[in-house]
Write a protein that binds this ligand. Structure first.
Ligand code: ATP
Ligand code: MG
Length: 572
């Protein structure tokens, strides 16, 4: 990454510390973990990952890497109804593409909570035996009514004082499939009067006759998230368990379960430490799996990888680079304060990453023919331009100049407004990397539409030759010669929503959809872009950054997506 450039613009330098690193530094100083740092990224395979997850991925893998540790990829798969292999595979792809891996010293740290079902069950029996869990047979309505409120303590279940033997018997029969869903649950015996609802005897096992994508029909009791997560962390020897702020109130339960099992001799101390950070909220985007699913299911977008989607597959197809996403995550930093990050910060990271990398090319998105009347028919000559203006070592690209050229329609005006320096009758402009031309007029069709513009060129004005400096013109425009223009479909994407907070205040986020978020044009690009491989990126001068679509683009027949314009056009 280029660190010289734009450091002043950064909200956070790459090596900046954050409160999580401070905790790890303190732990290393005190020797708590004997310098070991082991984190995990624990997605539930029930949807595609989005840009919010990228923050968690960059943080978890980034921290582990920084301290020479390892980050596990763990599928938190305890909801049989919603999970699938398709989602598992998409998550593996997304994390890999972002540039992270879960291997260290030839060991693979890929885990599934569902692999712990036996252990989780065994520990649940242990809690029962120690008087720390009981089978509750209240109806769901009774359980809800007895939970109490923010101001009132809950009421103990009439089943709370069942004997260990009765609890064990019932729990084993739950597992054996003897009861209907909802007939019984296993609850931790903590404190129905706790001010924290999560501590009011939380449910830790429930009956579900559901097929699990990995364990099939082996189980009909499934552990709850809060019970599973902390145990999975401890089984995997996680040191720092980083999660988003909504789990802050769950931390006492996390600690309770692990402490009980440590007291029972299952785990040794120190126990993994849960640390919360604020989730990423990005303006003009949505980071709720449920709402993203709705966008896909109701065909508001063309699938999970639609380039307007804030999913990882979506931003990848849009043309964002893993480096830009990592840079973005570094810049936004990690805090405990919930806030909104402006989309322009995300787009800015992309521009900063691609400015240096992307080769330049010309594209004409709204073509109008320019005829050079004094250039001989059937003749052409080569012009050249640098691949990158700041990197002469990357060489030049070549293209032709001839009698018929494509220019942007907006680069000609019959009656120019004040301050317009491009083509109008009588005006001279430079065709970038070509010649100076003087406009002589335009042709129109029967409806009065301009169909071609005419000009004459100055043979001694070619860019890069001595004569060119004799010409002082105020305007420069791009061109692509008709004889070497490559037709290309270009998809002009813009933000999916036109409101900063599409789902603020519980309103219908569909109403905030931007009707102009996708426009497809038939354009021309210069020969250098003709054989673009899928995911090759360019800066089309004046227009922005573009990528050869990874699904539809073929070398020789490119299809481009606009990733982002050269400047933020949404700023206030
Ligand atoms: P669900 O409602 O299905 O639980 P989720 O977005 O929390 O949705 P998970 O698969 O549980 O999905 O998320 C995996 C990890 O990513 C969790 O540790 C979660 O805290 C983190 N994460 C999810 N959304 C964000 C976000 N917007 N910003 C930062 N981290 C996030
Ligand atoms: Mg979650």
């Amino acid at each position: 990454m280029n660190t010289e450039r734009k450091d002043a613009d950064r909200t956070d330098a790459p090596a900046a510390s954050n409160f999580i690193r401070n905790i790890i530094d303190d732990d290393n100083q005190s020797g708590k973990w004997a310098q070991r740092v082991e984190t995990r990224f624990p997605p539930e395979p029930n949807g595609y990952l989005h840009i919010g997850h990228a923050k968690s991925i960059c943080l978890n893998f980034g921290v582990a890497k920084r301290y020479g540790g390892v980050c596990h990829l763990r599928f938190d798969d305890t909801n049989p109804e919603k999970e699938s292999v398709e989602y598992v595979n998409s998550i593996i792809d997304a994390v890999t593409w972002l540039g992270f891996e879960w291997k260290k010293d030839d060991q693979d740290y890929l885990f599934y909570a569902s692999d712990y079902y036996d252990k989780l069950y065994e520990f649940a029996e242990l809690l029962i035996q120690r008087g720390k869990a009981y089978v509750d047979s209240q109806t769901p309505e009774e359980m809800r009514a007895n939970r109490g409120s923010a101001t009132e303590a809950g009421t103990n279940s009439p089943f709370r004082d069942r004997s260990v033997e009765e609890n064990l018997d019932l729990f084993r029969r739950m597992k054996a499939g003897e009861f209907e869903e909802g007939a019984h649950v296993l609850r931790a015996k903590i404190d129905m009067a706790s001010p924290n609802f999560n501590m009011r005897d939380p449910v830790i096992y429930r009956i579900r006759f559901a097929h699990h994508y990995r364990t099939g029909d082996t189980w009909c009791v499934y552990p709850m998230y809060d019970y599973t997560h902390c145990i999975s962390d401890a089984l995997e020897n996680i040191t720092h368990s980083l999660c988003t702020l909504e789990f802050e109130d769950h931390r006492p339960l996390y600690d309770w379960v692990l402490n009980e099992l440590a007291d029972a001799g299952v785990f040794t101390r120190p126990l993994p430490q849960q640390i919360e950070f604020s989730r990423l909220n990005l303006t003009y985007a949505i980071t709720s799996k449920r709402k993203l699913l709705q966008l896909v299911n109701e065909n508001h977008v063309d699938g999970w990888d639609d380039p307007r989607m804030p999913t990882i597959v979506g931003v990848r197809r849009r043309g964002f680079t893993p480096e830009a996403i990592q840079l973005f995550c570094e810049r936004i930093g990690v805090t405990k304060v919930d806030s909104w990050i402006d989309m322009s910060v995300f787009e800015g990271a992309l521009r900063d990453d691609l400015d240096d990398k992307a080769p330049r090319a010309t594209a004409v998105l709204d073509p109008l023919k320019l005829i050079v009347d004094n250039y001989p028919e059937g003749q052409s000559e080569l012009c050249s331009a640098p691949v990158h203006p700041h990197h002469p070592e990357r060489g030049n690209r070549e293209f032709t100049f001839s009698r018929e050229l494509w220019i942007e329609r907006e680069d000609f005006q019959e009656t120019p407004p004040k301050g317009y320096f491009r083509l109008f009758p009588g005006n001279k402009v430079r065709l970038k990397y070509g010649f100076v031309v003087e406009c002589t007029g335009a042709e129109k069709d029967a409806e009065g539409n301009i169909v071609a513009v005419h000009c004459n060129y100055f043979p001694d004005s070619k860019s890069g030759t001595e004569g060119s400096s004799n010409y002082k013109v105020k305007g420069t425009i791009q061109f692509i010669s008709v004889d070497n223009a490559v037709p290309a479909e270009v998809r002009l994407y813009d933000r999916l929503f036109r409101e900063e907070q599409p789902d603020a205040g519980g309103r219908d986020f569909l109403e905030a959809l931007n009707p102009d978020s996708k426009r497809v044009v038939q354009a021309f690009v210069e020969p250098a872009a003709k054989h673009a491989a899928p995911e090759d990126r360019f800066q089309f001068e004046r227009h922005g950054y573009f990528v050869a679509d990874r699904v539809d683009s073929k070398p020789g027949q490119p299809v481009f997506n606009r990733i982002v314009g050269l400047r933020d056009s949404w700023g206030k």
